[in-house]
Design a protein around this ligand. Structure first.
Ligand code: IMP
Length: 210
């Protein structure tokens, strides 16, 4: 079975990616790929150092290349593994695209999301429903046999009036999805994976791998 090293230390992303591969990338009920979180392969690898690009594509490429390089020096051959990086974020139209490519660092990487929600919701107090449009963007970069390919996907939604829901991670509680009339944090994981920016990008990755 092929190993896919997932170049992220974000537990929320790892959970969603692992679940996707377990449920979707199977043949005869058996998983086709073994998902290895970065921390299991390269503990203490400073991935954040490679997140200084201006676009999701740039960051995803930098992360995947850095991890592929580092792993290549370990007892792995190119044939044994692929590397997958996810760079993603929330783009809010009324805030000129913020927090955008810097979503993880918005107000400081360690700042609790509850405080980030307070700030965003405060800044959007006067914004009417029709102008609260926002989207999650995900760019997956796949390192495969010496080459890097990128896959971009989005999910459209709106900024909710208040945070709702305990599922998901990051900005999910304030991301309202009109089609389901709930926030991303209210969706079960399998359903978020079916419709999310990350789930759609993973579908492209898996189609490519197959
Ligand atoms: P990255 O490590 O720079 O790609 O950071 C992505 C950041 O965007 C995360 O830490 C979250 O703050 C946000 N984000 C990305 N995807 C999601 C999602 O599916 N739900 C909620 N927040 C997300």
């Amino acid at each position: 079975m092929k190993n896919i090293i997932v170049a992220t230390n974000n537990i929320g992303k790892i959970t969603e990616i692992k679940r996707y591969f377990e449920e979707v990338a199977c043949a005869d009920g058996q998983p086709l790929f073994n998902i290895l979180p970065l921390g299991d392969v390269l503990p203490n690898f400073d991935l954040e150092a490679f997140e200084d690009g201006n676009t999701f594509e740039e960051n995803a490429r930098k992360k995947v290349a850095a991890v592929a390089r580092a792993v290549g020096c370990r007892p792995f051959n190119d044939e044994d593994f692929y590397v997958l990086a996810d760079d993603s974020g929330l783009e809010i139209d009324a805030l000129n695209g913020l927090p955008g490519v810097d979503s993880a660092n918005f107000m400081g990487r360690e700042t609790p999301y509850s405080l980030r929600f307070d700030k965003i919701l405060h800044d959007m107090l006067d914004i009417p429903n029709e102008d609260r449009t926002a989207r999650f963007i995900c760019v997956m970069a796949l390192y495969i046999e010496g080459e890097i390919k990128t896959f971009r996907a989005t999910i459209e939604g709106a900024v909710a009036d208040k945070p709702i829901g305990n599922g998901g991670f990051g900005y999910d509680p304030i991301f309202y999805i009109p089609k389901f009339d709930c926030t991303a944090a209210e969706l079960p994981l399998w359903q978020k994976n079916e419709i999310s920016h990350r789930g759609k990008a993973l579908k492209m990755v898996v189609n490519h791998l197959k």
